[in-house]
Design a protein around this ligand. Sequence first.
Ligand code: NI
Length: 169
Amino acid sequence: MAVLEIVTIPDAVLRRKARKVTAFDKEFQILVDDMVETMRAAPGVGLAAPQVGVSLRLIVVEFGDEEDEEVPKKLYIVANPEIALASEDKVKGIEACLSVPGLVGEVERHNYIMVKGLNRQGKPIKVKAEGWLARIFQHEIDHLDGILYTDRATRIWQPKEDEELALAD
Ligand code: NI
């Protein structure tokens, strides 16, 4: 496994619509493993393939319980993710992005979503996500369409050094 370089704005790959994953071969498995390692090293709670310069519809997310730190983190690997269901209720939260260094922003997201996609073996999976996990998935899936959180933010600012970042991916 290897820690990959995270690309930052204004790299064009971040603005491209990524292509679907069609091969779940050895090369793809290496990319998945490298993205997981890169996300953990950052550290971040999610990463989309365009953030490592690969224009593919692949995201990795690792997140625990937002209330309880004792609950072990869960790793999600989703190829070709699509939001199949989204709640009407939306919530505002603070986001940051490894590809947009030095900024945070307030973004409104669906509070609940259901994501359909494929696992690393190419088998169909569904993920139900609520709250922060739903936010992370929406942020990562946006990356696959060339959308950055700054496009959706109602406010963007430079965090103070002691300001805790709620979300970095
Ligand atoms: Ni991001």
